[in-house]
Design a protein around this ligand. Structure first.
Ligand SMILES: [Zn+2]
Length: 141
């Protein structure tokens, strides 16, 4: 069997499991909307999503859909050492920061004015900007 096909089927199972949760958390409107998108930042990366463990394997986390999220490579790297309940805390802050960063980028605003007053999000976004530049190059191609 084509190994790529197997990967996509597993990805689809993860998305199917998490989509009600993602919709109730106002991250996506529908499964179609979420397809190919990073759960954490929402950026469309098509086939480049990576399976990320919520509870790390070394902490006893399983390879089940309940313990896996689909993340872009940068979010995966950012959350690499965050495990269990901490992962969900990261997920929440990270998404807010990313939403701000995306909005600022769409509006053509410097990131600082869009994030004024939200220091936590700003700290994340300072790191995020380099990545937005990278992502723009790969996504808009
Ligand atoms: Zn991401």
């Amino acid at each position: 069997m084509n190994p790529m096909k197997r990967t996509y089927r597993k990805h689809d199972a993860i998305l199917t499991h998490w989509i009600p949760w993602l919709i109730s958390a106002n991250r996506f409107d529908s499964k179609e909307d979420a397809e190919g998108c990073c759960f954490a930042c929402g950026v469309f990366v098509h086939g480049n999503l990576e399976r990320s463990h919520i509870t790390a394997r070394c902490d006893g986390g399983a390879d089940d859909v309940e313990n896996l999220h689909l993340l872009c490579s940068w979010c995966h790297k950012a959350s690499e050492y965050i495990t269990g309940p901490d992962y969900f805390r990261w997920f929440e802050v990270w998404s807010i920061a990313d939403a701000c960063a995306l909005k600022a980028t769409q509006m053509g605003l410097p990131i600082v004015s869009a994030l004024k007053g939200n220091e936590k999000a700003m700290a994340f976004c300072n790191e995020y900007m380099d990545r937005m530049e990278m992502e723009k190059r790969t996504v808009v191609a």
